[in-house]
Every structure is written in C-alpha cells, then in structure tokens.
Design a protein around this ligand. Sequence first.
Ligand code: UTP
Length: 409
Amino acid sequence: MNIEEAKEKLQKYGQEHVLKYYSELSDSEKQELLAQVEDTDFAVLANCKNLGHADKRGEFAPLAALQVSEIEKRKDEFTKLGVETIKAGKVAAVLLAGGMGTRLGSDNPKGMYDIGITKPVYIFQRIIENLLDTVKQADGTYIRLFIMTSEKNNDATVNFLKEKNFFGYPEDKITFFKQEMAPASDYDGKVYMESKSRISTSPNGNAGWYSSLLKAGLRDVIVKEGIEWIDIFAVDNVLQRIADPCFVGATVAAKVSCGAKVVRKNAPDEKVGVMCLEDGKPSIVEYYELSQEMMDAKDENGDPAYNYGVILNYMFNEKALYEIAQKELPLHVVEKKIPYIDENANLVKPETPNGCKFEQLVLDMIHMLDTCLPYEVVREHEFAPIKNKTGVDSVESARELCKKNGIEL
Ligand code: UTP
C-alpha cells in the first residue's frame, strides 16, 4: 500500500491521525506503518458505540450436564475409549496463550509467571506437566500441542520454552502460531497509537484461535495427522487436565460437536458463565444475564437448573468447527487499559480503562454448533485460574489449590 492509498483508507474511517508523524519516520518505519494500515480492519471500530449495551440474547433453557457421579460409574468405559482415540492420533490440544494478562500485571507472557515458593514452578511448566499425565495414561502417545501466542508475546514465549527445553515435551510435537490482532481505540472509536509508527492493537479474543490456526496454514497438519478432536484450554488454570482420556472418551461417546468442562457453581450468583441452551442450541449465559427466575429454577432432581460454570476447556470436533468456519463470529467490545502516545508522543500506560478492544469469544463459537456436552469436573482438583496477583482467582489461591492436590511448589 502506498501513502496515497493509506490516506484514502484512513480518511474513509476517520483515522487520519495515524499518519501524524509519518514525515518523521525512517523508511523502514514508514513501510511498517503502511503495511499495518493495509492489514488493519478499521471497520470494527464502529462497534465502540455498543460498549455497555449487552447483545440481544435468545430464549434460554437449561442444558443438563454429565455429572461426576455418572462419570465415575462409566469411568473405565470412557477412559478406554479416550485412550484409544488418543493412541490413534485423533486428538490435539491448543494452548490459548495469546492474551495480554493485564490483570496479573506482569510484563512477560502469563505462562512465564513463576508460582513456586521453594523452587521455580512456571505456569507453562504446570501446563506441560499436566499434559504429560495424559501422555502417560495413553501409553506414551504424545499428542500434538498447538500453542497460540500473539504478535506481542510470541518471541518471549518461544524463547522461554526453548530455553526450558519445553519442560520435557518433544519439540517436534509442538507447533506455535500467532493470533490475529484487532485495533484498540478510545471511546469515540479513534485508534490509539502505541508509537509514532504503530497503531495500538490487541489479540482478537479467545475465539480467534481457530481462524488464526487456519490462516497460519495449519489445517494441513490437522488433515495430514488425522486429528479429529481439539482440546482448547486457557494458559492460566494451573490444575487443568488436558485432553484427559475420560473427557475425550465421554465426548466421543456422546457423539456431540463439543465437550465443555464445567464446575458446579458455589453460589447461585457466582460470577461465572453457565452452560445452557439458547434458542435450542448450546450456549453460555453470563452471570449478569441470569434472571432471578433462572437462578431459582430447578431440574427434575430439585437441583439448580443453571448450575454448571464453564472453565475454558473445550473439546471440539474439528470437522464441526471447519463447517462453521465460514461464518463470522460476532465482535464484543470490552473496556480495557490501552497504552498510547499522548499529543507530545510520550508513551502513557493508563491506570484505569481508557478505551475499547474488540474480541471474538468462544461462547459464540459454541452457539454455532448443534450439540455440546457439559462434563462436570471437581473444582478443587481441576480449577485454579490465575487472573490476579492476590484475592480471588489469583497466584495466592492457585498456590493453595496446588498444595491441596499434592503439587510441590
Ligand atoms: P482472559 O480472558 O483471562 O484474558 O483469557 P487475559 O488476556 O489472559 O487476561 P486479562 O483479562 O488481560 O487480565 C483467558 C484465556 O484466553 C487466552 C488467554 O491467554 C487465557 O489463556 N486469550 C485471551 C487468548 O489466547 N487470546 C485473547 O485474545 C484473549
């Protein structure tokens, strides 16, 4: 794209300020900025006006979960099927590590965070150790691990994992790919600049993984290796089981498009998204969308009908995902702290939210599928998310849970 074309595109979206310092830039910086203008989808910025306006939702109904008691009864059957599926090379995992981890407030990728007390125990290390448990259960079958990074944290992530020898996971079973980015703007939809030659961008949300994987050309790997199921999981849950055979087996046996790990809520108003049906299709209702009536609703056993919260660990049937890949996922506007350069070109790192980011969310992906099996896991054994340094869902709470599970820190 040349400067004239860039001016035209920016004018169309009211973003002419992007070129404010153009004449001061070096030739290579000019090229980089023009390339970024060409790649950026400025149309998303119009969504700014939707900030704070919840999307219109359909009609909710309960979706029964496969409960721990039932899973225990059928554990051998599910595990056998899961092990067979893994040994046949049909299962892969995707580590979602493209997020910015702003709440934890570390400059490094979240996975590099050391939660150890007497020795270093990195979040990435916990993840790989958990995955190695699956490998062991599957008689030494290493499943392909895709790691999604972002433009912002890719190099640090790759270098760190290489330096640590991938914590014992074979390098040839690991494939990195970068998540696509979206521009970040002020509340009026004007993109922020993070330097004189760069528009502020951020990863495009936790559902960006599949389109980014396709864009990176990795469907070829999936087809070539005969991968049929993909377990996606968040980087920050240090207790999570990844592609564990029982979950794989239960999902395959249920012949669904997707399995979703869920935990029983600890209070009717717990701040967690709950699996449900929306207009007859699987979906997730956010905690602030639950009406009193839904909180009070009971199933046929007298238990709360909307009782199972998602923990961002899903087993997707890849073919089902490929079929919906052509459809556009909705964009959600989220209010965040966005570093930017001020009128004197000084970098500002705001303490409070100052604008909008645009994200695609996994819940919309689930809703496009026909079927989903909520699969209950025991919270104390499988859910220790690290979002903050202290308090709820923090390094502190995760350490406590690790200790309870006999993990030395
Ligand atoms: P969160 O929604 O907790 O976001 O991500 P975050 O970026 O890690 O943290 P905050 O909100 O800035 O504090 C849940 C999971 O989804 C991944 C994260 O890396 C984490 O594993 N994620 C999130 C992505 O991979 N890409 C994204 O664009 C957003």
